[in-house]
Design a protein around this ligand. Structure first.
Ligand code: ATP
Ligand code: MG
Length: 168
């Protein structure tokens, strides 16, 4: 699968999910604001509830791992918001804003560092997934697989943001 690419290779599209813990804690807006206020642009947005089959497609790299069952249980436990975010080096930039996988060690100032506190030790002891609020494509390959998995071309929009007038 390939995604519709911008003419400028530095302008990327990446997939972001507000996971069920973020939706249930009613902080989706704050999470999305963190991303939006950098100047990155939302070009697709939907609320959906993942099925087991879809979770296996989304996290195909993790299906054989010991924590996969707990990850799947977590991801299908409630609805998620899915966003396609576009901008300069969007993939790397969103990962920077999101922070490290383990909330306990995620830097202050990142979404995971500021809004969550789970640790690997706690998740392992309880046999549950790390609850870290948000997913973001890990690299260009992941983004090129994940964006078309979640969004049809007709669900992605081209428009000019105010930031593009002032920062590009
Ligand atoms: P994501 O792919 O959701 O953006 P990530 O890229 O930071 O997160 P991955 O290694 O891809 O981290 O793991 C996917 C998700 O699986 C993590 O975000 C977390 O919710 C869960 N997870 C990862 N490792 C563990 C683990 N050892 N124990 C429990 N849950 C885990
Ligand atoms: Mg990942």
């Amino acid at each position: 699968m390939t995604q519709k690419t911008s003419k400028d290779p530095l302008i990327e599209r990446t997939l972001v999910l507000v996971k069920p813990d973020g939706v249930e804690r009613q902080i989706s807006g704050e999470i999305i604001t963190r991303i939006e206020r950098t100047g990155l642009k939302i070009v697709g947005l939907k609320m959906t509830w993942m099925t087991k089959d879809f979770a296996k497609k989304h996290y195909k790299a993790h299906v054989t791992k010991a924590f996969y069952k707990s990850l799947e249980d977590f991801m299908i436990s409630g609805p998620v918001f899915a966003l396609c975010v576009e901008g300069i080096s969007a993939i790397e930039l969103v990962r920077k804003i999101v922070g490290a996988t383990e909330p306990k060690s995620a830097a202050a100032g990142t979404i995971r560092g500021d809004y969550s506190h789970h640790s690997y030790a706690y998740a392992d002891k309880k046999g549950i997934a790390i609850k870290n609020l948000i997913h973001a494509s890990g690299d260009k390959n992941d983004a090129e697989y994940e964006v078309p998995l979640w969004f049809n071309d007709s669900e992605l929009f081209e428009y000019k943001s105010v930031h593009e007038k002032h920062t590009l």
